[in-house]
Ligand binder design. Structure first.
Ligand code: PMP
Length: 428
């Protein structure tokens, strides 16, 4: 059973006081806090098993190499990939998208060929394609969305031409919380023979993800958003695609043999891991995935859906409140307290409609003012365009205030957040 109090005890930073108030950390979409288990796993490796991996014959190097490969297996299991060869460690989601954009365009695209992204993408899933547009003359096409922040699937289907070579979309919007119908997006792309990259930065921390069930060709996420360390992330790629694509960066680890005349490349996944990998980061990421797996991704999705539903309910009662993203009728039913029954109900809502991200504005209060004044009450939210400027243009706004929830947030914290908004609003 989900026990939020015992989870909170694993996160020392949650004891922080901010301007005399207990910290209410609602910026999990930007990065999550780290449990002791993650930090200790990394410290232990530095204290007992630190050595560069893969080329060493000595004891410590063998131990560190085994740990890295065990971490890769933990990732494989977590997203249900078919093989560890399909798990590439990257610096994060951003590097993973850049890797695919660069290698895929080099091999598979000509000037005039098209990539389809959506209106609600993070800059990380726009700019890498634009760089390729400048370098190779590829064309970026955009799936439109409704005013409620739902992708228009009819329009999506109509974007395909014989020049469409790849689709790249977010699983969950980091601004709207929209859970995109990625299985359907992938199915439609495959009927056109087109592969799909899914940006899972905002989904992997919050719901079970099965890359084989989705039939995703590429899927990526960041360790630091799933209670792991910064500087490590994952690119999953189907073996057939990773085998076919050229390396992204050159250097140590990714080679077979090197001479000045000809270099051959290592087998998967090392072909895409140039240089010393962040093996201690991989240990921390595996510890984080073990941590959330022990709680259960279904339980996490259900709990966070209840929190989100409760927050939406409370926020909707504030005069002048404008919430961005899908608000379904089912989200207006009151959740008085957490129970597994409610959560079963909510998990359906969550998968259909939204993740645990709420972007909002109140009246004409500037998002920066709201964020700054909430901070004075100990409440950490993010303000601005959230690295999604094209989405802001679509919504006709400059920015929003964004609250994003994680496994350690409580209903009491939502109450503090809502009364904080009311207090700030009363000052204007
Ligand atoms: N995509 C989405 C949807 C995100 O929310 C983020 C992080 N805000 C990223 C990509 C980029 O992740 P990172 O900075 O960890 O590479």
């Amino acid at each position: 059973m989900f026990n939020v109090q015992s989870i909170r005890e694993d996160f020392p930073i949650l004891q922080t006081q901010v301007y005399g108030h207990p910290l209410v950390y609602l910026d999990n979409g930007a990065t999550t806090q780290k449990p002791r288990q993650v930090v200790e796993a990394m410290v232990n490796q530095y204290y007992t098993a630190n050595s560069n991996v893969h080329r060493g014959v000595h004891h410590l190097s063998t131990v560190a190499t085994d740990m890295l490969e065990q971490s890769r297996e933990t990732v494989r299991k977590f997203i249900h990939a078919a093989s560890v060869d399909e798990i590439v460690f990257t610096r994060g989601t951003t590097e993973a998208v850049n890797l695919v954009a660069s290698s895929f365009c080099q091999q598979e695209m000509q000037a005039g060929d098209e990539v389809i992204v959506s209106t609600m993408e993070h800059h990380s899933n726009i700019v890498p394609w634009q760089l390729q547009a400048e370098r190779k003359g590829i064309v970026v096409k955009v799936i439109p969305m409704t005013d409620e922040g739902v992708l228009q699937m009819d329009a999506y289907e109509q974007l395909f031409t014989e020049k469409t070579k790849i689709v790249s979309v977010a699983h969950v919007s980091n601004v709207l919380g929209t859970v995109n119908p990625v299985a359907e997006i992938i199915r439609i792309a495959h009927t056109h023979g087109v592969p799909v990259l899914i940006d899972g930065a905002q989904s992997v921390p919050h719901m079970p993800v099965d890359v084989q069930a989705l039939d995703a060709d590429f899927y990526c996420f960041s360790g630091h958003k799933v209670y792991g360390p910064t500087g490590i992330g994952v690119l999953y790629g189907k073996r057939e695609w990773l085998d076919r694509l050229p390396p992204y960066q050159g250097g140590g680890e990714m080679i077979g043999t090197v001479s000045f005349e000809k270099t051959t490349f290592n087998h998967l996944p090392y072909k895409f891991e140039a240089g010393t990998p962040d093996y201690v980061g991989a240990t921390g990421l595996a510890a984080a995935l073990d941590y959330v797996s022990a709680i259960g991704m279904d339980n996490i999705a259900a709990y966070e859906a209840s929190l989100t539903q409760y927050a939406l309910e409370q926020m909707a009662q504030i005069p002048g409140m404008r919430i961005f993203g899908p608000i379904s009728a089912s989200l207006t039913s009151q959740v008085d307290e957490y129970s597994s029954d409610n959560c079963q109900l909510s998990i359906v809502n969550c998968q259909l409609h939204r993740g645990s991200v709420i972007s909002f504005l109140v009246g004409d209060i500037h998002h920066l003012d709201m964020g700054t004044l909430l901070d004075r009450l100990g409440i950490a939210v993010r303000t601005g365009h959230h690295c999604a400027e094209p989405l802001m243009h679509r919504l006709g706004i400059e920015g929003t205030v964004r609250a994003s929830f994680g496994i350690y947030n409580t209903f009491e914290e939502i109450d503090a957040f809502v009364s904080g908004i009311k207090r700030v609003a009363s000052m204007f």
